[in-house]
Design a protein. Structure first.
Length: 115
């Protein structure tokens, strides 16, 4: 969740600027907030206001929690599936880099052998 706070500008002038501040919530807090939405029958926005958090944050956590419980939309990935996809994409990137290095090495040695 990003929030904005008023920060001081430069030390020389009196100008001000807005700085982004990122808040991190524990998984336990997120679970409790989602459970409160489920058990209270109140809207996500109402619960978020009560907890003093951004409604956008809770709106983001809630569908993901439903997907993790198998109650999400068709085709929606669970957190575990998202993590696996992230890991696999990283692995593919690393393998593509390795392939490029090997292609360059092969071209180099072919050129050396032709001399």
């Amino acid at each position: 969740m990003d929030t904005w706070r008023l920060g001081s500008g430069s030390s020389r002038g009196s100008s001000t600027r807005w700085e982004a501040t990122t808040w991190r919530y524990t998984e336990e807090f997120k679970r409790d907030a989602i459970a409160l939405v489920d058990s209270s029958g109140r809207t996500v926005t109402a619960v978020a206001r009560e907890l003093g958090i951004s409604p956008e944050s809770l709106h983001g956590w809630y569908p993901q929690a439903k997907a993790d419980r198998g109650e999400g939309e068709s085709g929606e990935l669970t957190s575990a599936e998202r993590e696996e996809l992230k890991r696999l994409r990283k692995e593919v990137r690393e393998q593509q880099q390795t392939i490029e290095i090997l292609k360059k090495a092969t071209a180099f040695f072919v050129k050396e052998n032709d001399r």
